[in-house]
Design a binder for this molecule. Structure first.
Ligand code: ZN
Length: 208
């Protein structure tokens, strides 16, 4: 458990399926929407009681969705803020998967940064293939260690929530065969927070 999660108890509740389907009408998000219909909702308890009702907490209009296809593997490491080499801390969570599982835009927005594995780009040796996606309200999400990018996308591309943007890989410092998505969430464009506190975790996924 991280220092962050150890301070926080969580409420688990069943998501509202109908709301999810209505809010994500395009076909590209159908897999995510289906996953959400059987999802559990995890939220900190330090909010007003009425705000803990599922219909309100989902806030599908502005909250990030789960970033990855959940099959065949979805094992989430709750390792936000863990220490890393060089005095760094882990700015996200790692979602263990198999090679080429699909990665989805968690919000509408613009792909503001693309890093290519093996390039001289900033942090490329750590991140490997990476996207940063910035939402209209300034919140941004980061996806690292990708095996590759969805066809037709480049820095500056505008994407929709739930759109396929890339595939799980082991590039950068992930380690050969350690296929996982490194995912970060920066609300309002500020410091990273533990994404597990704000996203709906599909039932198919386990958290460790
Ligand atoms: Zn990571």
């Amino acid at each position: 458990m991280t220092p962050n999660s150890s301070r926080t108890r969580f409420i688990v509740a069943t998501a509202l399926a109908g709301v999810a389907m209505l809010s994500w009408p395009d076909a590209s998000t159908r897999a995510s929407a289906t996953a959400a219909t059987t999802a559990i909702v995890v939220t900190p308890v330090n909010v007003p009681a009425d705000a803990a009702r599922p219909a309100q907490r989902l806030r599908l209009g502005d909250g990030p969705i789960f970033p990855m296809q959940t099959t065949p593997r979805c094992d989430i490491l709750d390792n936000f803020a863990d220490p890393r080499s060089g005095g760094r801390t882990h700015e996200g969570v790692d979602i263990l998967a198999t090679r080429d599982q699909e990665i989805y835009a968690v919000t509408d927005g613009t792909l503001t940064l693309q890093v290519l594995a093996g390039s001289s780009g900033a942090g490329a040796s750590l991140s490997g293939n990476l996207w940063t996606l910035t939402a209209p309200n300034g919140s941004y999400s980061v996806y690292a260690h990708l095996s590759g990018f969805a066809a037709g996308l480049s820095a500056g591309s505008v994407v929709r929530r739930g759109q396929l943007i890339g595939y799980v890989g082991d590039t950068g410092n992930a380690g050969p065969g350690n296929y996982h998505l490194h995912f970060e969430w920066h609300p309002g464009g500020g410091a990273a927070v533990n994404p597990l506190a704000v996203i709906v975790i599909p039932r198919e996924c386990a958290v460790y």
